[in-house]
Design a binder for this molecule. Structure first.
Ligand code: GLC
Ligand code: CA
Length: 570
């Protein structure tokens, strides 16, 4: 049944518990607060919440440095609070995805504390050691400019340990069968508590061979199948959404040819080219990225996103393309990060221009895959560049014009709420936008509602329709004898666009606008001619005279036909 693959037509929403809603007034968001906001999320229409790591952690990398996989950080509440939250989600039909961060642990994890203590510790081999400094210790850093090396000497251990990320995140030796068993156990634990799957962190690194003697690491894809198999036995409809910023020719290794590995992957290729398209008003490289990432097994799905909690990584663009995006969206050095990306939030990048925000969102909702919204983007929240690295785009949710944006009753929020400039909470907040029918929030709610009614996007085959105009992207989806078609003008100037749907027998075909009244009728040669306003977008259902069409249109059409027939009998 089609509903069984629930992630194919889902709306994902990612948030960090600590910056969402503080219920007990200690300045830190918690599960009780988040649970109280479930009706907000339900109203918005999200079908799955992706929780960033919330387990006990020294919090030196936004919780991606876990010190205990089987608990809730006391700052956020108790395991009991988590279960209440999970129940609240279930009542509303919202699914939960949680981060699975198993490439590394915190250096404060008891496993690492044990491992460093002695060579004979049973946990020693859970990490990756070297007696001498490996020759490649200064290569392969994920955070260049901040992270100095990938091997650090541990005094207590008297040896060097490997860390793909920061030095306080020692890599787990994922080739060790004991570690592999433990990873399954972690999945089993949270599945039992009601989550529907995992956003698996740093997957290419999890499955890579690691060690001082490894010159060029190799991905062990079989591990992905093992994760998947276990998950499916425990919970048939649970999924894994992989964070894997890889080249299109490797996608199928991750999905598995038969769809027996990862259910979902984030589409980084499309993400980067989408931002290039927005910056350059040139959709051609985006169209190429869409075609390049097209092949995937029927049950697999892309996760489509604009911004996430990390920097906007532009590493897959050419240098010239990257420069164009930097210039348009992050011209100051301070806005850039790790020599490859932009650390800002979406709204300030697009100059707070509502037309461009809608355009960007409309693209995210209509490109092939399942949209993943970043909390606060539904309000057009801004960033705080005074905060270091990626923190700038992780400020607390802005609920109202009350102090600290209604996020906390404490006089000090653990992470400062944005309180200055045009994106400060007094201007940008959920309470205000809820009252305004034309707000970004209410627009997002409407577009989500419509997106859910167009399952063709998540399920169908797509075709990028040729236009002569690089600023315009037209995509058609076909699924079960239905077709939908989306037109986007990425330019600041209005465009006249002529195109055919590409379907056979197009003459006189009607495109029914799903968001407004101006439908389009093809001419005798099957061509539609439209004028798209600057940054304009249109969502059409391909008619079918009998479908959704206003009665009056049908009547006009029929009587026109009759008149034509009468005038030219035979
Ligand atoms: C992923 C996360 C990022 C984190 C890193 C290390 O890339 O998205 O936030 O810092 O993994 O776990
Ligand atoms: Ca709290």
């Amino acid at each position: 049944m089609i509903d069984d693959l629930w992630y194919k037509n889902g709306i994902f929403y990612c948030l960090a518990v600590g910056t969402y809603m503080d219920a007990n007034g200690d300045g830190i968001g918690d599960f009780v607060g988040l649970t109280r906001r479930l009706d907000y999320l339900h109203g918005l229409g999200v079908t799955a919440i992706w929780l960033m790591p919330f387990q006990p952690s020294p919090q030196r990398d936004g919780g991606y440095d876990i010190a205990d996989y089987y608990g809730v950080d006391p700052r956020y509440g108790t395991l009991g609070d988590f279960v209440e939250f999970a129940h609240g989600c279930k009542q509303r039909g919202i699914r939960i995805i949680i981060d699975l961060v198993v490439n590394h642990t915190s250096d404060q994890h008891p496993w690492f504390l044990e491992a460093r203590r002695s060579k004979d510790s049973p946990y020693r081999d859970w990490y990756v050691w070297s007696d001498k400094k490996p020759a490649n210790a200064n290569t392969g850093m994920v955070f260049p400019g901040v992270q100095k090396s990938t091997w650090t000497r541990d005094k207590e251990a008297g040896a060097w340990y490997f860390h793909r990320f920061y030095d306080f995140q020692p890599d787990l030796n994922t080739s060790n069968p004991h570690v592999q068993t433990e990873i399954l156990k972690i999945m089993g634990f949270w599945i039992q508590l009601g989550v529907s799957g995992f956003r698996m962190d740093a997957v290419p690194f999890v499955i890579a061979t690691k060690g001082a003697s490894v010159k060029k690491s190799v991905e062990q894809y079989d591990m992905l199948r093992a994760f998947r198999e276990f998950l499916q036995w425990r919970e048939g409809d649970a999924i894994i959404l992989a964070e894997a910023n890889v080249l299109p020719q490797t996608d199928l290794e991750y999905f598995g040819d038969d769809g027996d590995r990862m259910h979902m992957m984030f589409n980084f290729q499309v993400n980067q080219h989408l931002f290039y398209a927005l910056a350059a008003s040139d959709t051609r490289p985006l169209a190429k990225a869409l075609v390049a990432t097209k092949p995937r097994p029927a049950s697999a799905q892309w996760g489509l996103f604009l911004r996430n909690h990390d920097e906007l990584d532009l590493g897959r663009l050419t240098e010239a393309q990257r420069d164009v995006v930097f210039k348009a969206f992050g011209p100051d050095k301070d806005m850039q990060l790790y020599n490859r990306g932009i650390r800002r939030r979406l709204a300030p990048m697009l100059g707070g221009d509502r037309r461009r925000l809608e355009l960007a969102y409309s693209l995210m909702f209509t490109l092939p895959g399942t949209p993943v919204i970043r909390y606060g983007d539904e309000l057009g929240m801004g960033d705080n560049l005074a905060l270091p690295e990626r923190e700038c785009a992780r400020t607390p949710m802005q609920w109202s014009a009350e102090p600290h944006g209604g996020f906390t009753k404490s006089d000090k929020a653990a992470s400062p709420v944005l309180d200055q400039g045009p994106y400060g909470y007094e201007h940008v907040n959920a309470a205000k936008q809820r009252r305004d029918p034309n707000s970004m929030l209410n627009w997002t709610e409407r577009i989500i509602r419509m997106r859910k009614e167009v399952p063709e996007v998540g399920w169908g085959d797509f075709e990028v329709i040729e236009t002569r105009d690089p600023a315009v992207l037209i995509i058609r989806y076909d699924w079960r004898n239905n077709s939908v078609l989306f037109v986007h003008n990425l330019d600041e100037k209005p465009r006249e666009i002529a195109f055919a749907t590409g379907l056979a027998d197009d003459s006189g075909r009607l495109l029914i606008n799903l968001l407004a009244e101006d439908h389009s009728r093809a001419d005798k040669r099957g061509r539609h001619t439209l004028v798209r306003e600057p940054y304009g977008y249109r969502w059409y259902r391909v008619g079918g005279l009998d479908y959704l069409l206003r009665r009056s249109d049908v009547d006009t059409e029929r009587s026109a036909k009759r008149t034509r027939k009468a005038a030219h009998p035979g």
